[in-house]
Design a binder for this molecule. Structure first.
Ligand SMILES: [Zn+2]
Length: 102
């Protein structure tokens, strides 16, 4: 006949066995968090670099206007004229959909 302590030990072993099965799920969640951390670090670096690129935005040149948003993100894209509801000149970036009138 098992003692109370032996029964309690078995309960502890059963509980531990259940907890061991959680390890794979926890490892998967940790890997996802690590990947998210890498993604956020990359986004942070990208955001940090926009200031220098924006500072170097060309203010002299031809009639092709670089998109300011794409420029700051390190992408070359030029604004295209689109129809304007008023007398101003309206431009749109086909890459990021920036749009403004001047
Ligand atoms: Zn753009």
């Amino acid at each position: 006949m098992a003692s109370i302590l032996e029964k309690l030990k078995q309960l502890a072993l059963d509980y531990a066995s259940n907890r061991q099965r959680e390890i794979a799920d926890i490892d998967k969640k940790l890997a996802q968090i690590e990947q998210e951390k890498l993604n956020l670090s990359a986004e942070r670096e990208k955001a940090h670099a926009t200031t220098e690129r924006a500072t170097n935005f060309p203010i002299e040149g031809g009639t092709d206007y670089p998109c300011p948003i794409c420029w700051a993100d390190g992408i070359t894209s030029f604004l295209r004229p689109v129809s304007s509801p008023d007398s101003r000149d309206m431009f749109r970036c086909n890459k990021c959909h920036f749009e403004d009138a001047f």
